[in-house]
Design a protein around this ligand. Structure first.
Ligand code: FE2
Length: 354
């Protein structure tokens, strides 16, 4: 098969003009870009966002822009490979750092993109989702799935900051993105502890709960304890990875993006093979190196790093004493549903450094 295909410039100007006049485009000059040989050429770049750099800029936004003028006071973690104006971390992932100051209120709305919040700093904030008041403590994961009402409040006395992860770039690309404003929600009795024990689900006369999002808050204290329990029960080289799932079905917690928590023991190195989905690694606790290809990023607590699809990644905890804990967001559910999910285990070898 020929690698060299005809260029647009090879065609006479009058022919190109005639095509454009009929809203027609020749495929062959763009064919290799659309279907590159062997593997995609992602626009997404390996990008590291330092929390130390974000934090003062976000706090300054709190001085510059009142919440009423922002509605959601967010600095978007934009991947330069897509262009900052696109405000996307990868093809399907949006990331934002959001600040809520004591006493502030981010009013109720709902929208087609799904979101999660991973709490980074501060005490006293909460998100009310579908009438459920969800506490926001550091490391907690709070879901605000597609179509559910949500609003944020803050009864504490210091700034609260969290990481927003949304499937906004994909839903926007589908021309399906919109929001609806609503009145303050009535808070309903909490069902937060309904799934507190793995393997047990509540039933009403043997009928299973039909809600698509039965669990809205995943407390970090529980996730961390589960990772440490897993570490005690497995060999020293095992990858310690827990996915956040719907406790009724075992399926991914949300439809498009997937979420997980990963623990590195002191001194542990984990190499993840190249997979088709892009992934985001946010360090909840500790320090770690994130290496992909020639690039190595040293993450400290609350830093965030984006890795494009089809890229192997090595995570290393250099500490001899402390574990490191990552929150991972990726496009796995989307890729699996579309049938384009791939893992290339052969890539693992070349990324295993001494
Ligand atoms: Fe929202």
């Amino acid at each position: 098969m020929s690698q060299e295909l005809g260029l647009l410039e090879d065609l006479p100007a009058d022919y190109r003009a005639a095509l454009a006049g009929q809203n027609l485009v020749p495929l062959w000059p763009s064919l290799r870009a659309l279907l590159p040989p062997g593997q995609p050429r992602p626009a997404t770049r390996v990008t590291h966002w330092s929390y130390e750099a974000i934090r003062p800029l976000l706090l300054r936004a709190g001085e510059l822009t009142p919440i009423e003028k922002a509605e959601r006071r967010v600095l978007v973690l934009a991947n330069p490979g897509h262009g900052l104006e696109k405000m996307q971390a990868s093809a399907a992932i949006y990331l934002g750092m959001q600040l809520l100051l004591p006493g502030e209120w981010a009013p109720a709305h709902r929208h087609t993109p799904s979101a999660v919040r991973l709490i980074v700093e501060g005490e006293g904030a909460y998100t009310t989702v579908d009438g459920q008041k969800c506490e926001m403590r550091r490391g907690d994961l709070v879901l605000t799935p597609t179509g559910l009402w949500h609003e944020h409040g803050h009864d504490g006395d210091a700034p609260v900051i969290w990481l927003d992860v949304l499937d906004l770039p994909l839903v926007y690309y589908l021309e399906a993105s919109y929001h609806v404003d609503g009145p303050r929600q009535q808070v309903r009795p909490s069902t937060a502890t309904r799934y507190a024990r793995a393997g047990l689900v509540p039933t009403r006369v043997f009928e299973r709960e039909g809600a698509p999002y039965p669990m809205l808050r995943y407390p970090w204290a529980d996730t961390r304890a589960a990772l440490e329990q897993l570490a005690r029960e497995t060999g020293p080289d095992e990858t310690l990875l827990l996915r956040y799932v719907n406790p009724e079905t075992g399926a991914d917690a949300q439809n498009i993006l997937g979420y997980a928590a990963l623990m590195l023991r002191p001194g542990q190195t984990v190499t993840l093979p190249a997979r088709s989905p892009a992934a985001v690694f946010h360090l909840i606790e500790g320090a770690a190196l994130v290496r992909s290809g020639e690039q190595e990023n040293a993450l400290v607590t609350a830093d965030t790093c984006c890795i494009p699809g089809f890229t192997a990644v090595t995570l290393r905890n250099g500490s001899a004493r402390n574990s490191a804990f990552f929150f991972v967001a990726d496009e796995t559910p989307l890729h699996r549903k579309l049938g384009v999910y791939e893992e290339r285990p052969e890539s693992r070898e070349s990324w295993t450094h001494p």
